[in-house]
Design a protein around this ligand. Structure first.
Ligand code: ADP
Length: 606
């Protein structure tokens, strides 16, 4: 609905604007036409001035001529009542000569009764001689003693002319009238080629001269019966019907008439510039066609309309662009608002999520604290368990020799009582051995109270190995074991405590010997290597190896697979920690036969 009413409004606006434009264009065109027409006025005035002076000049040429001849004896003589043919012939020849000389149409002499007695055209078919022209004003006026001037259509010759009449006098008495008729055709012919029209009307408003032949002898104003009668009396235009030339005044421009010619065959409009020539009783009119000016105005108006059209089109385009822009902006604003709304919603969601996360974090922290607490408890329990395990192992290890010591001591007392000194000595020796073993256990346990960072120094692996093998030699000698030592030449220097390091090597070799116990083909290989700034010492044997699943546990303290009295399960645990204190690593190498332990320490650059 809104769209349709908007459209209707737009159509209305367009109609109103178009109507306004049309009105302005019509008005503007009229004004412009008037402007252009007025602009032609000076041209018309110029033409008129030239035409009038031309006409005046033409008439002036002949004006004084009759005065010259008002006593001409040849002519006067021809007017005498007794004039003979010789005199008349002389007058005729004289007049012909005069007419030819002066370029006159005709020259003739009339007797006071209006009868032509001699004429320049005496020898022509339409000779005036014998004709009577007493009805012409130029005759009557001249006879009355004045100067007759008249323009008219020749009744005999059928030719237009301007007549100058003058009384001929003989001794002061008027004896006749001399008439000079001037041809106007030449003047008129000059006008024909011009692009303007030109007419000369007489006092009655009849067109006497015209640039267009068909306008001749037409009346530019309606003729009253009296005027018609007057014209008929002088036979001025002979039998011409004197039709109307409907040049009606239709307007005015700069003091000049605009006349419209409305003939069935043509319709034209002229700017009419006129001037009266009272001496000839004429009015001269220059008719400038207004069509070019109107055409020019029309072109101007069309150009203006076109510019206006382009302007309106541009304006419309601009307005449409603005409207589109506004629309786009509003859409953008809407989208922006939507986006902001979404962002706000999302922000709220995130805030909620954040709060939840915060709560979760707090919860997790609490859980962690709880976990740590539990862990602490566990560690504590593990320690207690280890302590229990250790106590059990220790009591076991110590109770047995202690029990044995008590038995041996009791037996020794009995042997002494029975004077079996040799047996008593044997028992005492056994007691000594058992106490040695218990001392050994005690020393081993002391190692737990080691000081990790105590006194490290530069040691050569060769020395360590040599000392260790010396210590363990007595055991190697007792067992059928093939020992292979493979060491690279040159020092292998590491940072370590030499005694502790030696203890680790002894431990590893002792474990290998333990594993090979009872085997006839036992072999131990000790291999030293230097690679990438590290010193490696590997002790491997061809014993039963480490049972699967136990690799992780053999380094645990008190873990032992050996029977009671054979191992405390502390050797590997202590060794592992000693090598760790040196900044190195002790680990089991994967092996398909026997067990292989590797010590890995950083080498000290030589
Ligand atoms: P102990 O020798 O007192 O048992 P250790 O910590 O030295 O304690 O050794 C732990 C266990 O590791 C041993 O009981 C044994 O089962 C295993 N073990 C150590 N060395 C070897 C080896 N060379 N071959 C097979 N088993 C070994």
């Amino acid at each position: 609905m809104i769209g349709r009413s908007g459209n209707a409004r737009r159509i209305w606006v367009a109609l109103v604007v178009m109507t306004l434009c049309l009105a302005v264009a019509i008005g503007g065109n009229a004004l412009l036409a008037r402007y252009y027409i007025v602009a032609t006025v000076p041209q018309g005035e110029n033409i008129l001035r030239l035409a009038v002076s031309g006409l005046r000049g033409e008439l002036a040429r002949y004006e004084r001529l009759p005065d010259l001849m008002d006593r001409n004896p040849v002519l006067v003589r021809a007017l005498a009542p007794d004039a003979d043919p010789v005199r008349l012939a002389a007058a005729n020849l004289y007049l012909r000569h005069l007419a030819r000389l002066m370029g006159l149409s005709d020259a003739y002499v009339m007797a006071p009764d209006g009868m032509t007695v001699a004429a320049s055209n005496f020898d022509q078919a339409f000779s005036f001689v014998g004709e009577r022209f007493d009805y012409r004003p130029y005759f009557t006026d001249a006879l009355a003693g004045g100067q007759g001037r008249f323009s008219a259509l020749g009744t005999t010759s059928g030719k237009r002319g301007y007549y100058f009449g003058r009384a001929l006098r003989d001794r002061g008495r008027i004896v006749g009238v001399l008439v000079l008729k001037v041809d106007m055709d030449a003047i008129e012919d000059r006008w024909r080629a011009a692009e303007y029209e030109m007419i000369v009307t007489d006092g009655e408003g009849i067109v006497f001269l015209a640039s267009r032949r068909d306008w001749q002898f037409r009346s530019i104003a309606p003729l009253t019966p009296r005027t018609r009668a007057r014209i008929a009396a002088t036979r001025r235009y002979d039998d011409e019907p004197l039709l109307m030339l409907p040049l009606r005044v239709a307007g005015e421009a700069a003091g000049h008439d605009i006349r419209r010619l409305e003939l069935p065959e043509t319709r034209r409009e002229f700017l009419t510039v006129s001037e009266a020539m009272p001496e000839a009783d004429w009015t001269v009119h220059v008719l400038l066609d207004t069509a070019p000016a109107r055409r020019q105005a029309l072109i101007g108006t069309l150009a203006a309309l076109m510019i206006l059209g382009v302007g309106v089109a541009l304006l419309t385009a601009w307005a449409q662009r603005r409207a589109r822009l506004r629309e786009r902006l509003s859409i953008q604003a809407e989208a922006q608002a939507q986006l902001e709304e979404r962002v706000a919603a999302r922000t709220a969601e995130l805030a909620q999520l954040n709060a939840r996360l915060g709560a979760e974090v707090t919860e997790r922290r609490a859980t962690e604290a709880e976990l740590r607490r539990t862990q602490r408890h566990l560690v504590q329990s593990a320690k207690l368990a280890a302590l229990g395990q250790m106590s059990a192992a220790l009591s076991h290890e110590l109770n047995q020799p202690l029990g044995a010591v008590r038995n041996f001591a009791a037996n020794a007392v009995t042997y002494l009582d029975r004077d079996r000194a040799a047996d008593a000595r044997l028992n005492l020796t056994r007691i000594l051995s058992l106490t040695n073993r218990m001392t050994e256990i005690g020393r081993t346990l002391r190692n737990f109270a080691r000081k990790p960072n105590a006194q490290l120094s530069d040691v050569d692996l060769h020395d360590v190995l040599r000392d260790a093998l010396e210590v363990i030699a007595w055991r190697i000698d007792r067992q059928p074991v093939a020992l292979v030592v493979d060491m690279p030449p040159g020092p292998l220097r590491v940072r370590a405590g030499p005694v502790r390091f030696q203890q680790v090597v002894v431990n590893l070799v002792a474990n290998a010997l333990d594993a090979l116990d009872g085997r006839p083909d036992g072999a131990i290989r000790i291999e030293g290597r230097r690679t990438d700034g590290r010193v490696l010492l590997t002790v491997s044997d061809n014993g039963p190896g480490i049972a699967q699943g136990l690799e992780d546990r053999i380094f645990d303290p008190f873990f032992s697979t050996k029977g009671v009295g054979s191992g405390l399960g502390l050797g590997l645990s202590i060794s592992f920690n000693i090598i760790k204190d040196f900044g190195g690593e002790l680990r089991i190498l994967p092996s398909d036969r026997g067990a292989a332990f590797r010590i890995d320490l950083p080498e000290i650059a030589p």
